[in-house]
Design a protein around this ligand. Structure first.
Ligand code: TYD
Ligand code: MG
Length: 451
């Protein structure tokens, strides 16, 4: 038998080397060599020839556009982030901090699905007793809930070939390893190769797979990031484990809207869907407080009311700009715009901005509310608590409209808000006598309105 060979490939330039080196001999990059799997030559050759023989070009017009069948996961908010249910043959990566609820969510989902189709939950982290005890505590249907404790991918594929489940959970991909590589489970190469094999299996057989991936504290390395391009859907848990609410965001979705949010509450009975999450990210102060502004964001396909809070306090020689749930550089840019175009200087102030509820806002509609929150805190003057704000701010001090303005305003009105400050092109044509909408074109106009 041929000796198993190991090869190393440079992450940057793709050069192969038979030895590991600190520096790539080709592109001179440091610490970029990673172990890769090499297909054994006879099998590799046969596969190559077989592949070449079967390839067939198809006309786009001949391809059937029937929607892939979807099944409900029993959790409406999970269906929503998946784009309307679980697609047969899709591979979904569910990432998040340890302890945020990934295993809980998937055991609930798979227990529900097991009543309708053949499922398998493969755990590499917890023992079968632990998984079963959790299912019991959550009072999930267990009679068809099939479990397997295994971490070797070759063994898993053998079992799958026999069992032929339609839906499969791998918890977690970081614990899986394949014999073709010598590196330890959890190493980038192992995570990537194990996932690649499972993805190939899913595509070949039409099995739906959920892969659990821990986000490591050090960031992207060896975390789920390296798998994002391989899978169909990438879901991440957001929010801090201390908060009762859990938000799942679709970061990538070949079968649905990206940035779609699903909202859950962690209870003693596991994760429960939050039916109307629009107003849970508000702290509802009895009296108006300075530094708080309600904005209407639309992440994915649904508008949500979210509270932005700012604290502006005298800083030292190196004033701080700290954000939670927003991009920090964007805050620095917005403060510069406010200085230049509205004459309000905060360069000697520390500015902290937080989005209530641990949700992360990625859209620019948060620009205007964030600046108004900072200004309100700076002047210690509260804004009316029946006001909502949204709008993007440009470097020239202009306020730009955001998509779906009317839908956002309707949502605010539904929750009892009476006033809005938005870009003038977001002001609806039809007037609502109970809801006053002020349209502005420049940041300075917003300051006049709230004075
Ligand atoms: P878990 O699903 O094990 O997290 P992950 O797989 O992402 O690491 O979640 C565990 C946390 O959830 C743990 O801190 C306890 C909490 N939890 C509840 O509050 N209620 C429950 O019903 C369950 C099962 C867990
Ligand atoms: Mg877990």
């Amino acid at each position: 038998m041929a000796k198993a060979k190991t090869q190393y490939q440079c992450r940057e330039c793709g050069a192969l080397s038979s030895k590991w080196n600190g520096q790539c001999a080709d592109c001179q990059a440091w610490n970029t060599l990673e172990e890769v799997a090499i297909a054994e030559s006879p099998a590799g050759k046969a596969r190559f020839e077989g592949y070449g023989g079967n390839a067939k070009v198809t006309l786009a017009s001949d391809i059937s556009l029937d929607e892939a069948p979807r099944s409900t996961t029993g959790l409406s908010e999970l269906d929503r982030v998946l784009g309307g249910g679980l697609v047969a043959g899709s591979v979904t990566l569910l990432g998040g901090d340890p302890g945020i609820g990934k295993s809980t969510l998937l055991v609930q989902c798979i227990a529900f699905l097991s009543q309708h189709c053949k499922t398998l939950y493969i755990t590499g982290e917890e023992s079968l007793q632990q998984v079963s005890a959790r299912a019991q505590r959550l009072e999930l249907p267990q009679t068809a809930l099939r479990l397997l404790a295994e971490t070797r991918v070759e063994q898993i594929i053998n079992v799958l070939a026999k069992e032929k489940p339609q839906v499969l959970v791998i918890d977690s991909i970081q614990t899986m390893y394949t014999d073709t590589l010598n590196s330890a489970p959890g190493a980038v190469a192992q995570v990537r190769e194990s996932a690649a094999r499972l993805v190939r299996y899913a595509k070949h057989t039409g099995t739906s797979i959920f892969l659990v991936g821990h986000v490591t504290k050090e960031g992207a390395l060896a975390g789920p990031r390296v798998l994002e391009h391989m899978v169909d859907t990438v879901l991440y848990f957001e929010g801090d484990p201390g908060n009762r609410f859990r938000v799942i965001r679709a970061v990538k979705n070949r079968f649905g809207a990206v940035n779609e949010l699903g909202v859950f509450a962690m209870t003693e009975r596991g994760l429960q869907v939050v039916k109307n999450p629009s107003a849970i990210f508000l702290s509802r102060h009895p009296e108006p407080v300075s530094g708080s502004v309600i904005m209407v964001t639309r992440e994915g396909t649904r508008p949500m009311l979210v509270e932005a809070q700012a604290l502006v306090d005298e800083g030292g020689s190196h004033p701080r700009r700290i954000t939670l749930g927003l991009e920090q550089n964007r805050l620095a840019m917005l403060l510069a715009v406010m200085h230049r175009h509205a004459g309000i200087a905060m360069f000697d102030q520390d500015v902290y901005v937080n989005v209530v509820g641990g949700v992360r806002i990625s859209e620019t509609a948060a620009d205007l509310p964030v600046l108004l929150a900072a200004l309100s805190s700076f002047r210690d003057r509260p804004l009316p608590n029946d006001l909502v704000v949204f709008g993007e701010i440009g470097l020239a001090g202009e306020v730009r409209p955001v998509p779906n303005g009317e839908e956002r305003l309707t949502e605010a009105a539904k929750h009892g808000f009476k006033r809005a400050i938005v870009a003038s092109r977001n002001v609806p044509k039809s007037k609502n006598p109970d809801f006053r909408v002020d349209g502005i074109d420049r940041l300075s106009q917003a300051l006049d309105l709230i004075d």
